[in-house]
Write a protein that binds this ligand. Structure first.
Ligand SMILES: Nc1ncnc2c1ncn2[C@@H]1O[C@H](COP(=O)(O)OP(=O)(O)O)[C@@H](O)[C@H]1O
Ligand SMILES: [Mg+2]
Length: 367
């Protein structure tokens, strides 16, 4: 097992810089997820640790060892990809332990190692089957098994579940989490799926355009996003952004609602500045009685344009001024399309970002 370190790492393909100075310190035994939209550089970042791409500048370390110039085979890593090629003529056991044969292990030792890995993955009863006799999920487990038997210092996984259907993906996600806990092997897992990132990771690195926008626990990123990008990327349904104008300590929200902010919320804000008020759907409530709201709440009246009933909760789609707003209603009050309701949120729960560059003005309190 080992830590993994990126120190001011860049990568260019020709004249195009796709990784723009990344610093990350992944601890021994940690499961870190790289997440971000397609093309942001996740695979490139992973492949540099694997040795499949060379860093243009900066330092890559596995443990205390600088690996920039170490050949992939000598890095003590095992990779699992989206497209795992199993040998069709070999059994599951042979597929899992094939790499060990190359290392000169005896047949008995290999069988034992395959058995152990298969047990971790719950496929110990499939060892003598051929790949064509397996489901997609079972095949993916065999590919994982192949990585496990190598007992590497680091697992590198690049979208390993993308080829599976949604239900199986959820199930395998849980399996990977359990496996990683059991083995305690440092793991870097790449995905574009924020739900996968949130549920799997000890810590998440959110990437955008070759930059790490934030690195932290799922809880930190969700409740204390460092910028507008991270706030908008994590969470489903997505956080609501309400463009507002700041006059002194007064926010003018879309539709004209004016609310006063606590002055400690506004360090470094410029008078007359445009800001983004970011509110999670679960922090927007429907106010049933017309009793006056406590201080520090913003409220407005609007029509519910659509309701999505998800069983344990309802999503209510509405507007504030011209802006679409989604509210997640978890109490069992009935709401119907066409109803006019009073929507409200507590200002202290909203994050404020500068509209100009998306940087944080002040963070909202955790719900
Ligand atoms: N071998 C390559 N040659 C040129 N450009 C590449 C190469 N590999 C990746 N890129 C570019 O680098 C950027 C990051 O790619 P990648 O790391 O694969 O993104 P992600 O995995 O986040 O989708 C993309 O713009 C991609 O087109
Ligand atoms: Mg990729």
């Amino acid at each position: 097992m080992a830590s993994v370190t990126y120190e001011n790492v860049t990568k260019s393909f020709g004249a195009v810089e796709v990784i723009k100075g990344v610093d990350l310190n992944i601890q021994d035994g940690e499961l870190v997820v790289f997440v971000g939209p397609s093309g942001c550089g996740k695979s490139t970042l992973l492949r540099m640790i694997a040795g499949l791409e060379t860093a243009t500048s900066g330092t890559l370390k596995i443990g205390d060892r600088k690996v920039n110039d170490v050949p992939p085979k000598e890095r003590d890593i095992a990779m699992v990809f989206q497209n795992y090629a199993l040998y069709p003529h070999m059994t599951v056991a042979e597929n899992i332990s094939f790499g060990l044969k190359l290392r000169g292990m005896s047949k008995t030792e290999r069988r034992e190692a395959a058995q152990k890995a298969a047990t971790v993955l719950g496929i110990e009863n499939l060892l003598d089957r051929k790949p064509k006799e397996l489901s997609g999920g079972q095949r993916q487990r065999v590919a994982m098994g192949r990585a496990i038997v190598r007992d590497p210092a680091v697992f590198l996984m690049d979208e390993p579940l993308s080829n599976l259907d949604a239900k199986l993906r959820t199930q395998m996600r849980v399996e990977i989490r359990k496996m990683q806990h059991r083995l305690g092997t440092t793991t870097i897992y790449v995905t574009h799926d924020q739900v996968e990132a949130m549920t799997l990771a000890d810590r998440i690195a959110v990437l955008e355009g070759g930059y790490v926008r934030q690195f932290g626990t799922p809880d930190e990123l969700y409740h204390n996003p460092a910028n507008k990008f991270v706030a908008g990327f994590l969470g489903s349904p997505a956080i609501n952004f309400l463009p507002a104008n700041l006059q002194g300590a007064t926010l003018e929200l879309p539709g004209g609602e004016k609310v006063k902010l606590a002055s400690e919320r506004l360090p470094g804000a410029r008078d007359g500045e445009q800001v983004e008020v970011a509110v999670r759907p679960e922090n927007i409530h429907i106010q049933r009685d017309s009793a006056t709201l406590p201080e520090g709440w913003a409220s407005w009246q609007a029509e519910v344009s659509l309701v999505e009933a998800l069983g344990s909760e309802n999503l209510a789609y509405t507007r504030m001024g011209e802006h679409e707003v989604t509210a997640k209603i978890t109490d069992n009050t009935s709401i119907r399309e066409g109803d006019t309701c009073t929507f409200a949120f507590e200002l202290s729960r909203a994050h404020l970002f500068h509209s100009s560059d998306g940087t944080l003005l002040s963070s909202g309190a955790k719900a």
